[in-house]
Design a protein around this ligand. Sequence first.
Ligand code: AMP
Length: 536
Amino acid sequence: MRRFAETCEAVAAASGKNEKVRLLSAYLSSLTVDEAASVAVYFCGRAFPRGEEKVLAAGGSLIWQAVTRIAGAAPEDTEALYRKHGDLGAMAGEILQQAPVARGLRVDEAAAAFEKLASVRGPAAKLAVLEQVLRRAEPGVAKYFIKIITGDLRIGLKESLVEEAIARAYARPIEQVRRANMLSGDIGATLCMAAADRLAEAGLRMFRPVSCMLASPVESAGDALAEMPEGGLVEDKYDGIRAQVHKSGGEVKLYSRTLDEIVEFHELSDPLAALPGEFVMDGEVVAWREGRALPFTQLQQRLGRKQPELWLPLEIPVRFVAFDLLYLNGESLLDTPLAERRRRLEELLAGSSSVRPSPAQAWSSADLLKREFKGALARGNEGIVIKASASPYLPGRRGRWWLKWKQPLATLDVVVTAVEYGHGKRHGLLSDYTFAVRDGQDLVDIGKAYSGLTDEEIRRFTEYFLAHTIEDQGFRRRVAPVVVVEVAFNNIQRSKRHASGYALRFPRIVRLRPDKSPQEADTIERVRALYESQAV
Ligand code: AMP
């Protein structure tokens, strides 16, 4: 693992993307395929492949205890170092310099340690495993081992660059590597396929969720027609939670757009299990009563509760509205045109009264789209999704095949980049958030709002942001750009106050978007388009 840590340092120091890819691919090529497959996962800031369900469940305080015990450090020293780095891994890297010299940790030993950490139960057992492995690691290695546990290497590496490094190391086309990774959800398995020249065999597998296909925003029926002059299908845009259903035998699992398992909606399992055959369906879980969707705020009350009170499913019933079929009885439908996928979906659901396909209609004129849009709002939905009938299902892509036209009162999904302490009742709580939109690879600030979140949420987020501070500026903390929130506002103005060159007027946080990653936040292009259309 020493060379892994050295490569991380070198990648962190390299400024250009090409240089990072070069360093990474040179290192991968020097390893056995098994070792390279393990470290490819680590370079993505994960101990296990994306699709795996194992969790380490080793939090900050456990790491803290293990590190201070090994270093024999006084609490004041550890705290001062943590404030300096704002990162547990970097803190450990420095403090463990004082510990007795370790004899080194091999890649396979690190992999075994992660497995063990995930499999033992209870903090005492986890602490023992952690201490054992960290005693074995040199300080530089401990630093990155911990960064993997906390889920972020912070060396300016994204999964897409790891894909490029694999393509380069094994001289394979990058498109093939990306597709295999998207479908397998496992960068390590992708590396093995690349090494064995078997990338073309990658396919959809049951209980391995693939990224969702996404829609690009449009602001009017005219825009949609300009993008899709040939017309297509139109459906309501439901304001719920995206869910990918995998069903095989009697087993049913739902996955979120972040590819995590959704466990809150037990009542959906039986009707889905009763459907014939083996399939992967895409759709939306929505709160539903008397034939129409309820607002998202209703559904939100059911989130995060694995064992809900008995009455909750009765009070806030949910249903799965299916809008796509990706796989059916051994056959991948990803390359099948949407119109045919829909036909097969409707056939599959023909016998079910509780799992229904989203009503879809053919359209060819802006007038029809306008009518559908109004109808969708009247039905309590957010707007419409406009889809090209010929489109394949492109996992993880936001292209021109799917367009979304939402209610004109725009909201933006933004990333929190800095937080400040509040006043009065919110004294001592980090309750004022500065947030940003995406600009290419960067994030540019666009506004600041008092949090519209509940007191309990703010308390939880205060803890979270304290643990994810990049820079402590006293009253203000720059934080790791991870949390996505949805903000509403009255309009957009040009402004020099923020790096984006725009400011939102009367911004307010509408809700958290735990289902979105920062890479899915809105972009400066969208802000510009909204500003220009003043459709806000
Ligand atoms: P947004 O969350 O605003 O980026 O909009 C995209 C989301 O709309 C998707 O991820 C889906 O969860 C959701 N959605 C709701 N209804 C549909 C539909 N009929 N087709 C596709 N996506 C839909």
